[in-house]
Design a protein around this ligand. Structure first.
Ligand code: SF4
Length: 92
């Protein structure tokens, strides 16, 4: 009997959601000089909210937006897309 491929469980696309620390660090390094970023206090508050969120997938990806949360949280213009309202209250 032929193996049936497992369906992709990513909500946003069919790409593999695995990403390395090195890749995330490279993205963050490239972002800082090119866009308005939040300060460290806001950044940590946003990431704390993500770490406690049921939508966080694989420890790095927002299950609603498909964004890498460490990347999304750094951008001042971004917000949390939670269906229950932003979990980044006071940090947007
Ligand atoms: S819904 Fe908001 S808090 Fe939850 S993982 Fe996505 S960005 Fe983070």
């Amino acid at each position: 009997m032929e193996d049936i491929p497992m369906p992709c469980t990513c909500k946003g696309c069919e790409r593999d959601i695995s990403i390395s620390e090195e890749q995330i660090t490279r993205i963050l390094t490239n972002m800082r000089p090119k866009m308005e970023c939040v300060n460290d206090e806001v950044y940590e508050a946003r990431l704390l909210a993500c770490s406690q969120c049921e939508e966080l997938m694989s420890g790095h990806t927002c299950g609603i937006s498909g964004s890498i949360v460490r990347v999304r949280a750094l951008a001042a213009a971004q917000n949390c897309p939670s269906y229950h309202g932003s979990r980044w209250i006071g940090t947007a």
